[in-house]
Design a protein around this ligand. Structure first.
Ligand code: GRF
Length: 219
């Protein structure tokens, strides 16, 4: 029997690219049945683009012409994703909001990771907000992208403790270590055909996924 071809990923980044690197390593080490087709960024100087090139990945910058003309970015990105045969779009620290029409055109084929236990703290500065609220736990969420910002169906969450002497940096580092485990895991489920998008909702292992799965990490 022949092995099915790996799922081809188009990864969009804006910054450090640590999630992109974690996903690329999981692919390379065959921990998941996927491969990185291309890494795209709207920031030519993004550290993650250099990391991707060091990993011998096809890494490209696409100019961001401003939110009002984001359709130009999206057209160029869609052309590259199509040319590279990307089957799943993976937002990994991509700091721009995609248009409703782009999202609709790729329904069920865009994932994002957000650094909070959604629906808590959509948007920015999530670690600071968790500390200000004196939350005892915090984390990250992998979810499908819909037109609602950080509001698409949640798939898997990582819960981490908030420690008494945490700073924004220490909490961010703890959340990120967990992100590097849960994001490749979800992509692996998708690659194995376990995670599907049917009639506007996520399904896992043949059942509708009504609540996200939760994995708890120690400090
Ligand atoms: C991550 O914390 C992710 O949750 C958020 O942006 C950050 C990206 O970090 N969406 P990196 O670029 O993957 O290091």
């Amino acid at each position: 029997m022949s092995t099915p071809a790996p799922l081809r990923l188009g990864i969009l980044i804006s910054g450090r690219g640590s999630n992109m690197a974690a996903i690329a390593h999981a692919c390379r080490e065959r921990r998941i049945a996927a491969e990185v087709a291309v890494v795209l960024s709207e920031r030519p100087g993004a550290q993650g683009l250099a990391i991707a090139r060091d990993l011998d990945l096809d890494a490209r910058a696409i100019a961001w012409p401003g939110a009002a003309r984001r359709v130009e970015f999206e057209r160029a990105a869609a052309a590259v994703l199509g040319e590279k045969g990307a089957q799943l779009i993976v937002l990994a620290g991509f700091m721009r909001i995609l248009s409703g029409s782009f999202v609709a055109a790729h329904q069920g084929a865009i994932l994002n990771i957000h650094p909070s236990l959604l629906p808590k703290y959509p948007g920015l500065h999530t670690h600071r907000r968790a500390l200000d609220a004196r939350d005892r736990e915090h984390g990250a969420t992998v979810h499908f992208v819909t037109a609602e910002l950080d509001g698409g169906p949640r798939i898997l969450q990582a819960k981490v403790p908030v420690l008494q002497d945490d700073t924004e940096q220490s909490l961010c580092a703890r959340v990120q270590s967990a992100e590097h485990i849960i994001y490749p895991r979800v992509i692996g489920w998708r690659a194995d055909g376990r995670l599907l998008w049917r009639a506007g909702s996520p399904w896992l292992d043949g059942r509708p996924l009504l609540q996200p799965l939760v994995e708890t990490f120690d400090a």
